[in-house]
Design a protein around this ligand. Structure first.
Ligand code: SF4
Length: 432
């Protein structure tokens, strides 16, 4: 499909609007004097398909950013719904969601008082997984392929951590997030060394400290014990689906029962803030599968739930969405009803390119169980120092107007090992 747009600056928006209407089409954009601007393109595609998109012509990844501005201006909800529709054709339902989340974020941020240059959060990337999920677009490697460089990876990571502790010695640490990948692919001894390295370099007492433990086949009592003793306050065990046929199709190589067992083990070890991730629109799933998954999740009662819509990127093994937008919408409705019936509230939201039905990913949590780091990464109100392959560091500067500068570590794991000095130097320069 060829889309003609009126200027270079509108190419991105026009491309993503067309892609949202036709997710499985190859879209080419051409610039012509009589090309359309994004608004007229949206209106034409809406007329031709007879469909509205839930987020209208909004193409960015953070719809709550606009809502946040209006919440700060104290715009009432009804006025915001009208404004969001007139400006971006966003549906009432999505406008309400964005507004509710923005109001919640605003409250949480005010309560913690973390905006500014005096504080920071730390992200640690462990880019290894037991197997690679077919939908995955992260630059993660299967542990079997990287077993021989694990130790070297940790050595590099530790030198980055040491450098970051010097860069941030005058700043207060707000939150730590160990993600990936699946950090619990580390052996108990490696995990213990990583956590003690973090504790040696940073003041972690009272700090929100998350460990992604996404795959249940990597969770053992020993690792949970180490995590608990090292001050991890929140873990994430991610079923994505509780259907065996789906787990097989997406290459997870574990069973729903292993998820239940890992979850029970984590509760036994005293974790009182457990998140679970689910994905709507996984290959071969219908509404009944999602309903059954939610029944099984209800029995476990996690403290928070992140509901994703399947996003397909060029780097994933599967190439196209197989679930129609209407079905994904119904799946999301079931997940939302479930989260609300459990007493959870939405607290952060983001969108991705190639997302199923042009919907969104939403974090739900019981009051008091929200993950501050998730808000910070979305709202860009604090510097995030990130270590490990593929990690992205962000410096927030307020002097002379808000500026955000970034430094990206290389994603390729082996390249990261050989270029570690450069990764450290880039960070030092960013904060000099
Ligand atoms: S567990 Fe997560 S990071 Fe690892 S392969 Fe699957 S989706 Fe990717």
């Amino acid at each position: 499909m060829i889309i003609t747009t009126d200027s270079q600056k509108n190419t991105y928006s026009s491309y993503h609007i067309a892609k949202a209407f036709f997710p499985n089409e190859e879209i080419e954009t051409q610039i012509k004097e009589d090309g359309e601007d994004p608004r007229s393109l949206y209106l034409r595609l809406r007329k031709e398909t007879g469909r509205d998109l839930p987020w209208g012509m909004l193409t960015g990844v953070r719809p709550t950013k606009l809502a946040m501005e209006k919440v700060k201006e104290q715009m009432p909800l009804e006025e915001f719904e009208k404004w969001f529709y007139e400006n971006r054709f966003v549906s009432k339902e999505k406008a309400d969601l964005a507004y509710e989340i923005a109001a919640k974020e605003e409250k949480l941020i005010k309560r913690t008082g973390i905006i500014g240059e005096d504080s920071f959060s730390l992200y640690v990337n462990i880019p290894f997984c037991p197997t690679i999920c077919t939908y995955c677009s992260f630059p993660s490697g299967a542990i079997a392929d990287y077993a021989d460089v694990m130790e070297e990876y940790l050595t590099c990571l530790f030198s980055e951590l040491a450098a970051v502790s010097v860069i941030c010695e005058k700043k207060k640490l707000t939150s730590i997030y160990i993600g990936g990948g699946t950090p619990t692919t580390l052996t108990p001894q490696q995990l213990e060394r990583l956590l003690s390295e973090i504790r040696n370099h940073f003041h972690t007492d009272g700090v929100e400290f998350t460990l992604e433990a996404g795959r249940p086949d990597t969770i053992t009592r020993e690792k949970l014990l180490i995590a608990k003793e090292s001050g991890i306050s929140r873990i994430s065990i991610n079923p994505q689906s509780m259907q065996q046929k789906t787990l097989d199709v997406i290459g997870r190589r574990h069973s729903p029962q292993q998820i239940e067992e890992a979850y029970a083990l984590a509760r036994e070890e005293g974790f009182d803030n457990i998140n679970m991730d689910l994905i709507m629109g996984l290959p071969g799933e219908d509404l009944k599968d999602v309903e059954d998954t939610l029944i099984k999740i209800r029995k476990m009662r996690p403290d928070s739930l992140t509901v994703h819509s399947l996003s397909i990127k060029r780097t994933s093994q599967i190439f196209s969405q197989t679930t129609d937008a209407q079905t994904v919408e119904q799946m999301l409705e079931r997940a939302v009803a479930f989260a609300r019936s459990e007493g959870m509230e939405p607290y952060y939201l983001y969108r991705q390119k190639g997302i199923a039905g042009n919907f969104e990913n939403t974090g739900w949590a019981l009051p008091g169980k929200e993950c501050l780091y998730n808000i910070l990464i979305m709202e860009e109100i604090q510097s995030i120092l990130a270590v490990g392959a593929g990690a992205s560091t962000k410096r927030l500067q307020l002097e002379g107007g808000l500026q955000i500068k970034r430094s990206h570590n290389v994603s390729n794991i082996k390249e990261y090992l050989t270029r570690i000095d450069e990764m450290i130097r880039r960070k030092q320069e960013l904060f000099s």
